[in-house]
Write a protein that binds this ligand. Structure first.
Ligand SMILES: Nc1ncnc2c1ncn2[C@@H]1O[C@H](COP(=O)(O)OP(=O)(O)OP(=O)(O)O)[C@@H](O)[C@H]1O
Length: 259
């Protein structure tokens, strides 16, 4: 991947891993606002890749293009080798079950218990999972991975903000996604709860062997979870490397991310 500030010679050597997500030369403008001006990324199997960019640098637009909520002007997005622009609605729905999301606003259904919140996606994707007569073992397994089995019969209103986010992660994990997209997973949480979520993201990757794309402003989150980072500056991939490589940079634009 070409980046303006070539931090790491290593970053150019692709690890010998399968690419699960590939975005090539993605462009998206709104009028004169060239939000994405040739964005590229490769996410490898089992990898945690962090993307950092200033507010307004197009991270959410990129995610919307990725999940089919927005059409890019040009460029290609391949998920598990499939170009999403060639997929019909049914195939896109199918592919979406391979991608889990944990967004800031990934709210739980208030009128449902934790158990019902987790059963919901299983029922929605019955065509993939078959008719599960007793979803309880799957619900428990997912809640165990986020340490919240005891909350199974509680209502979302009875949970703290951090617990709600963990349940939202469990609801994603129950579909056994191959890729998880995290959009600001720690925002709005106090530092201790944010740390718990960060640890959990690491554990989830080890347990489920997911590949994760993590958009964050949180330097602690990036330090703990990232194997590789991409920094967006001026609407392009500006730099790529490990946390340590980027943090050691003397480039003022890169240093600004770590202040
Ligand atoms: N539907 C839209 N119509 C017009 N402009 C849009 C639209 N969606 C996004 N934009 C513009 O695209 C730019 C990038 O927005 P985006 O939400 O992707 O930023 P971001 O990097 O996710 O920022 P933040 O870190 O604050 O969430 C902004 O200038 C925004 O105003």
């Amino acid at each position: 991947m070409e980046t303006k500030a070539n931090i790491s010679p290593l970053a150019k050597e692709a690890p010998p891993r399968k690419v699960v997500l590939e975005i090539t030369d993605l462009k998206k403008s709104f009028g004169n606002n060239n939000v994405l001006n040739g964005f590229n990324l490769k996410l490898y199997e089992g990898e945690n890749l962090v993307i950092m960019g200033k507010s307004g640098s197009g991270k959410t637009v990129m995610i919307k293009c990725l999940v089919g909520l927005m059409q890019p002007d040009s460029g290609s997005i391949k998920v598990m080798g499939k170009d999403i622009s060639t997929l019909n609605r049914a195939d896109m729905d199918e592919l979406r079950t391979e991608i889990g999301f944990l967004f800031q606003g990934s709210a739980l259904y208030d009128s449902m218990t934790v158990r019902e919140n987790l059963e919901f996606p299983l029922r929605r994707h019955e065509h993939k999972f078959g008719n599960i007569s007793d979803p309880t073992p799957l619900v428990i397994e997912a809640l165990e991975s986020v340490g919240l089995v005891n909350a199974i019969d509680l209502m979302p209103s009875e949970l703290s903000g951090g617990m709600q986010r963990r349940v939202a992660l469990a609801r994603t994990l129950i579909l056994k996604p191959k890729i998880i997209l995290y959009d600001e997973p720690t925002s709005g949480l106090d530092p201790i709860t944010a740390k718990e979520i960060i640890e959990l993201m690491r554990r989830v990757q080890q347990q489920y062997h997911t590949s994760s794309l993590i958009i964050t402003h949180d330097v602690d989150c990036a330090r703990v979870v990232s194997e590789r980072m991409i920094l967006l500056v001026d609407n392009i991939n500006y730099a790529e490397g490990t946390f340590e490589q980027l943090k050691a940079s003397k480039d003022e634009k890169i240093k600004a991310f770590f202040k």
